[in-house]
Design a protein around this ligand. Structure first.
Ligand code: PEP
Ligand code: MG
Length: 598
């Protein structure tokens, strides 16, 4: 182990900041695939009893594993049965057992928790070995650990653990440290309890990071070997501005971060006070500034920051996050109506299901896709699962009746045929509702996401078929420069300012202008105030950003001069590389709103 977990001094770990804010809480470790057991205090007097429980559980597990070995030998032969020898070896590892015995008296916590802490350290060391054979054994070790813990206690599902309301008061505020978190783990978090999280993997535009921003949870990704370096239940601070996780902070550090937190809150409140003012540049170019949301109830946050409705409702988290299955048309109608009414008189742009990629699939697949981002995702799923698609379209058409400026938008469009097919299904839904005498929105606008380069290259044709474009810069960047948006090994190559991405955005805006349709930007790039001069200069007329970013982005736009941005964007379009483009946009941003960089 590279750290004694009883160490008391302050430890600082750094990573990539992906969601701003300062959070204070107690570390909870989530090892991929396994669940942390309950933790409670014990006294010195309890230790002998805990040791008896532990050795009893080890014995039970030994019996279970040898039974499984015998059965496997009978069914498949000695070779297959031998995998249980490795399980037995992990189970009886003397160094694990003695470490548990030692830690019981230093940590004074229940034995299943102490065993988990020890095993979690070993597993993470194994996971990082160069030898693929040993790396592959982490699964065996996790299996053994779960079995022992199960024999010691009943395990709760992860969601319960994340949202457990019956914790001790002072341990209620949690900072989650994980090797990786899936978007659904993140969506299941209760922001009142999980104050912040840090992971070893991930990137700024992974859906986990996007969700953290939209939920207002400070987060850091890319902390190398973070799981190994933290101590369960230690007090910690997450600095989501700079990407620092401070474990066991000194009083001085705590005071420092409290000060930063209160200063940032004050500055944010000042910007929030501008919420009634129009979002327009100094020379009078009006733009629409709306919010990206993932859950219907977020309309109150949208209202609070004065966003002009919702420019991107990512419906997949709410549709697929439901353990009891996808909501039916009526349920969807109710949720969509709640959001649309909550945002009125501003509209909501409902994006149809974007299942796949790094998000959940819409149904259980026989085997994992070899290349999920290039696979069965977005509109491809909807067009092959027409009944799911129609249910959603009907619910949207019904929910937006009488609410102006609403729209539906299709994700992952790669070309003309998909747009025509999606529109045909929408028309089918309109015809059905008409025939059934059910009121529906006759003015619902129809748009598409421009996030696949082939679609951007075809925008001259596509602009004739839709009412608006919305550029998804996260995917457009990933697909244009072939950099996986969730792979932290290539995170440094992920550049939305790549000249090729700029050209595709420009092409889209121009094609839209020729046909008189607006182009919005709804990817994470729209929330980056350093790049706002570039996007304004390229002619985008609508921006949809994480709700918490609305006040800052509004302030930035109100301090820009459109003509100046245009001239800069022309220069950027003539640039050969990303760095020159970043420099051009950054210089204008810093000149226009220096206060945001203090
Ligand atoms: C995008 O790709 O930029 C986008 C907004 O969609 P998502 O992040 O949900 O893929
Ligand atoms: Mg996308």
């Amino acid at each position: 182990m590279n750290q004694d977990i009883t160490e008391t001094q302050e430890i600082r770990l750094t990573g990539i900041p992906v969601s701003p804010g300062i959070a204070f809480g107690y570390i909870k470790v989530h090892v991929s695939g396994s669940q942390e057991p309950e933790s409670y205090d014990i006294t010195e007097a309890d230790i002998p009893g805990e040791l008896v429980r532990f050795h009893r559980a080890l014995l039970d597990t030994t019996t279970q594993i040898s039974r499984m070995r015998d059965r496997m030998k009978l069914i498949s032969g000695e070779k297959e049965a031998a995998i249980f020898d490795a399980h037995m070896m992990f189970l009886q590892d003397k160094s694990v057992i003695s470490k548990v015995e030692k830690l019981l008296s230093t940590r004074l916590k229940n034995v299943e928790f102490v065993y988990y802490v020890v095993m979690q350290d070993y597993i993470e060391v194994l996971r990082r070995l160069d030898d693929p054979y040993f790396r592959a054994r982490t699964g065996d070790m996790e299996d053994v650990m779960q079995r022992v813990i199960k024999n010691l206690t009943q395990i709760e599902p992860l969601e319960n653990l994340l949202n457990n309301t019956e914790r001790e008061e002072d341990e209620d505020l949690q900072i989650l440290m994980a090797y990786d978190l899936t978007p659904s783990d993140t969506a299941a978090m209760d922001a009142f309890k999980i104050r912040g999280f840090a992971t070893e993997t991930g990137s700024t535009v992974s859906h986990t990071a996007i969700l953290a921003r939209s939920m207002g949870i400070p987060a850091i990704v890319g902390i190398e070997h973070g799981v190994l370096k933290v101590e369960c239940r230690a007090f910690a601070i997450i600095d989501g501005y700079k990407g620092v996780l401070v474990i066991k902070p000194t009083d001085e550090t705590i005071q420092y971060y409290k000060r930063i937190q209160s200063e940032k809150e004050k500055a944010y409140k000042k910007l929030e006070a501008l919420r009634g003012l129009p979002t327009e540049t100094k020379d009078g170019r009006k733009v629409r500034l709306s919010g990206n949301v993932e859950f219907p109830h977020e309309y109150s946050a949208v209202k609070e920051v004065g966003a002009e409705g919702v420019g991107l409702f990512r419906t997949e988290f709410f549709l697929l996050g439901n353990r009891t299955g996808m909501p039916d048309e009526e349920e969807q109608y109710n949720y969509y109506r709640e959001l649309a009414e909550g945002c009125a008189p501003h509209g909501v742009i409902f994006r149809t299901l974007d299942a796949g990629g790094d998000k959940l699939p819409s149904e259980k697949l026989d085997a994992p896709e070899p290349n999920p981002f290039l696979g069965w995702r977005g509109i491809r799923v909807s067009l092959t699962r027409k009944s799911i698609f129609k249910k959603q379209l009907r619910a949207i058409l019904r929910a937006t009746v009488g609410i102006p400026k609403c729209g539906v938008m299709f994700p992952m469009i790669s070309g003309y045929t998909e747009v025509m097919q999606a529109k045909a299904v929408l028309q089918e839904c309109r015809d059905e509702l008409e025939a059934e005498g059910i009121p529906y929105d006759k003015n619902l606008r129809v748009g598409i996401m421009i996030e696949v380069p082939s679609a951007a290259l075809m925008t001259d044709f596509l602009a004739k078929e839709v009412d608006f474009f919305s550029v998804g810069t996260n995917d457009l960047t990933q697909y244009t420069i072939a950099v996986d948006r969730v792979n932290n090994k290539v995170a440094n190559l992920f550049r939305s300012t790549h000249p090729a991405v700029g050209r595709l955005i420009n092409m889209t805006v121009q094609a839209g202008e020729r046909e008189g349709i607006p182009t919005a930007i709804c990817g994470e790039m729209a929330g980056d105030i350093l790049l706002m001069p570039l996007l304004i200069g390229l002619g985008a007329v609508s921006f949809s950003v994480g709700v918490h970013l609305v006040p800052v982005v509004r302030y930035a736009i109100r301090n820009l001069n459109y003509e100046e941005c245009r001239a800069m964007a022309q220069e950027a379009l003539a640039s050969s590389n990303s760095r020159d483009i970043v420099n051009l946009s950054t210089a204008l941003a810093k000149k226009s709103y220096p206060i945001l960089f203090e």
